[in-house]
Ligand binder design. Structure first.
Ligand SMILES: [Zn+2]
Length: 102
């Protein structure tokens, strides 16, 4: 079994499971019934985790999950061409001189 996804939101993990199963990938959710023991075991152990049963399905499962997940990767920081300051990637404009990104 290989873990392909985990999320504290169990319904989200369930959605991912349906997605993979609908593509014929066999999956397994670990910690599915953990809410009853919340507080008695270390927190990390109760995150619902989605596994694929067969190693050969792993790459495909990851691909499917990535298609479905919103792109949450933050933009990289950039350097203002006008004044040369570093600007955080989530800003489209320089905080110092106001010029646009590229
Ligand atoms: Zn600037």
């Amino acid at each position: 079994m290989i873990k392909v996804y985990e999320n504290f939101d169990f319904s989200r993990v369930g959605q991912m499971q349906s997605l993979l199963e609908s593509h014929g990938i066999k999956t397994f959710i670990k910690n599915q019934y953990s809410s009853s023991v919340m507080g008695e075991v270390p927190f990390v152990e109760v995150v619902p985790q989605l596994y694929v049963l067969e190693e050969k399905d792993f790459a495909r499962a990851q691909q499917l999950l990535q298609l479905d997940l919103p792109a949450v990767q933050p933009d990289e920081d950039w350097v203002c061409a006008e004044c040369g300051v570093d600007v955080e990637g989530n800003f489209g404009r320089c905080w110092k001189c106001g010029s646009g990104r590229d």
